[in-house]
Design a protein around this ligand. Sequence first.
Ligand code: HMG
Length: 445
Amino acid sequence: MTAVGIDAMEIWTGKLELDLPGTFAQAKGEDPEKYTKGLGLVTSSFPDTYEDIVTMGANAAKRLMDRKGLTPDDIGRIDVATESAFDNSKPVSTYIAGCLEQVFDGDFHHANKGERKFACVAGTQSIDDAYNWIKAGRNRGRAALVVATDTALYERGDPGEATQGAGAVAMLITENPSLVELSTEQGYGSADETDFLKPNQQFPSVDGKRSVQVYLARMREALEDFESVAGDTHPDDFAYVPFHTPFPGMVRKAGLFGYRHTLRGTDIEDELTDEIGRQPREEAFDSWEEYEEAIRDYMDSLKRTEMYRDWYARTIEPTLNIARQVGNWYTGSVHVARASALKSAAETGRELAGEHLLVGSYGSGAQAEIHAETVADGWKEEIQALTLDEQLSRRYELSFEEYERVHDVHNHEKETELEEFTQPDGEFVFTGWGRMNERKYDYVE
Ligand code: HMG
């Protein structure tokens, strides 16, 4: 069977940064440790005045095409995943294709374009669509371009404001990929939930605490569904487990749940028995409440064990390095987590080809998806080609007043004039609105 997966990726961060424990916590009169220790965040990325979901997505895609030596004829499909779209009809992929046509010879007139929406899980769903298109043999030898791009902004004063971010991930989906091969097996956990939504409004309505519980419940269902097709999982089956990362503290909770679930009935549970006992089994309890309380106690003990701490440090922690510096990128977030893990492996000299990842995506509303990936032979070269460190170190650091003004610039309800903070250099920029209220873009040399 032909392997299909991610051949290459590029990441584009918004060019501004906000120091959360410093600038933001200070302005809000909060303890900086809420950010560093609680949420697990240090800085977040913001778009400059001339950046938006189109420029960030097109800039990531251009870099990907340049690096892989591609022309528009090589791409048969452009799918954009976003929950920050500004048009209910014309998809963002048409804007991104239009940008790319400004700089590449040829056009994308024979590429199928679309836009995927299901909160943050839409990035993974777009990869699925590309995978299915290639597996069905409808791609005529061409690759799919998937772009996950978002400006994850919340209303000022909303608790979600602490977890904002902005950036894009462009991924090339092909046969015999160089980065990771996707498993056929997938698990879903999906239910009609109102934890986070944007009913025709720019900023989300969020029930933050509930959203955390819904994330964990749907992720557990997805893992059970995955195991029903792929067989039981063992914590040590996977080199890394990248999760959707709205903030690293969320993944700290998900990691513990995942570890508890996957160690059940394994040698690890046996080894831990003397220290913390065996995991409670539902059938041993008279009520669900008693069982849940016993599970909570068990997890409290589990998270203190050396076995768990080692596993977490090895398998989860490396997936969070980038998220700590950029915040939530919604549709791009889980793909940033994968990149973070692979980048950490390359930096520490770990050999990964042939090893497996378990990838947990999530979108509010709500749906979790879990699949496995096999790291391909070309992973190191691909991941070492990323320029993210350079991009992060070049971000302009905002004062709190500047942050408020740039937030207003990106607020669709406000008209705010503001000079840009950085100079565009070899990139697409937003230049204003056209006759039919369409957004306009130029490439700046
Ligand atoms: P909050 O009320 O600002 O924060 O909301 P908190 O008081 O709950 O504190 C956060 C954590 O920091 C807690 O840790 C505190 O204990 C800790 P926990 O108890 O949960 O482990 N803390 C401290 N630790 C050390 N020293 C201190 C300190 N102070 C507090 N001094 C919340 C937090 C996440 C609810 C908020 O930011 C929010 O509403 N965020 C947006 C929603 C969200 O991200 N939900 C995540 C799951 S849903 C999801 O992932 C989907 C999403 O990406 C959207 C999509 O799919 O499209 C959001």
